[in-house]
Every structure is written in C-alpha cells, then in structure tokens.
Design a protein around this ligand. Structure first.
Ligand code: URA
Length: 209
C-alpha cells in the first residue's frame, strides 16, 4: 500500500492482540496503548534529520549526533489521540503539542470540530498527527485540513489501526501525508467501526460507554 508503513514489530503485534481482546481491562488497555505508542513513535521518527554538535565527554571532545531543526509537533485528535500522545511525549519530551477536538456525529459519521489549539509556527515544523483509529478518515482528514490551514506543510499521520476504506480516503485527500499504523484491518462496518478492530478506542481507554 503506497504511503502506508505497517509497523509489524513482534512487540507491537503482540500488544495489539491483547488490546483487541474484549476481556482486556481499561487499565490494561491504557497501559498497552502507552507502551505501543513508544514503539510507533520510534518508527515514525526513524528518518528524522540529524546534525552534529561538539560536546566534551569525560574523556575527550567529540562531534556527536543530535536532531536537526525545530522541535516536533504532536497533534492529538481528541479524545482518543491523547492515548498515543502520552507515550510519545515520554520519548520526545521537548515536542510541542497541538490539540484538535473533533467528535463523530453518530448519524452522519462526519467530524465536527469543537476545539483547536496549535503552536503558531507550524510551517517550520514536522507535525505528527495522532489518532488511534483511522476508520472513515473523516476526523483525520479534517484534522490535517485544519493544520494545513494553519500553515503546516510537513505532516505524518500515526494511528494504531486502520480500515482500508479510511486509508484510501485519507490518501486521496492528503497524498502528501504518509500513514504509519500497526495494522490495516479487513473493513469498516455500517456503523463506521473497524472490523475486526478493537471497538471504540476512547471508550476502552477511559472506561466510558
Ligand atoms: N473509532 C473507534 O474508536 N473505533 C472504530 O472501530 C472506529 C472509529
């Protein structure tokens, strides 16, 4: 699938299986999502540009590798995006954070915005949009539209699970934004859920329903 990286690391796949299991508790689901987000973050940042700087070790001076450019932005699509965001910030604590508040209208499945806050200089930064489920792609497309409208030009989309329909719609709307995911499932059902999926990620993460 063009523009889609499937993170098929054994640890990611193992943890994802436990998350899919409906017997997994809220606490277990949240912990696993945090752990998986570290591994996904590792992959989505694998090719970041590097430079060097001169430091002094206790032994000698050396030119040591360091990240190039401005701090990353993680853009969390509320509320489920925060489940990925927390672990990613463990790994990249200096990242800036954007929040895009979108809910899914259950009738139309359209994304409706209720909150938006982002750093002002998005044009200079790599923006990694995070949302665990790429289902219809309505919220993912709306979030990226909004971030591009605020100047972002260099974006990646990171999720845990995707539906083929969502991948196709997202790639059509934003062919310049690569997708990183742990798996692409079979399909979407008539209610817009990913099949076999893991259910509603927000509800499973927060114990709501
Ligand atoms: N959002 C979810 O949380 N789960 C799905 O299966 C689809 C969208």
């Amino acid at each position: 699938m063009q523009g889609v990286t499937i993170v098929d690391h054994p640890l990611v796949q193992h943890k994802l299986t436990i998350m899919r299991d409906k017997e997994t508790s809220t606490a277990g689901f949240r912990r696993l999502l945090r752990e998986i987000s570290l591994l996904l973050c590792y992959e989505v940042t694998r090719d970041l540009e590097m430079t060097t700087r001169v430091i002094e070790t206790p032994i000698m001076e050396m030119k040591a590798p360091t990240l190039e450019g401005k701090k990353l932005v993680f853009a969390s699509v509320l509320r489920a995006g925060n489940g990925l965001l927390d672990g990613m910030l463990d790994l990249v604590p200096a990242a800036r954070v954007a929040h895009v508040g979108l809910y899914r209208d259950h009738e139309t499945l359209e994304a409706v915005e209720y909150f938006f806050k982002a750093p002002s200089d998005l044009e200079d930064r790599l923006v990694i949009v995070v949302d665990p489920m790429l289902a219809t792609a309505n919220s993912a497309i709306a979030a990226v539209d909004r971030l591009k409208g605020r100047g972002a030009t260099n974006l990646r989309f990171l999720c845990l699970l995707a539906a083929p329909e969502g991948v196709e719609r997202f790639r059509k709307a934003h062919p310049d934004v690569p997708i990183f995911t742990a798996a692409v499932d079979e399909k979407l059902n008539e209610k817009g859920y990913i099949v076999p999926g893991l259910g509603d990620a927000g509800d499973r993460m927060y114990g709501t329903k």
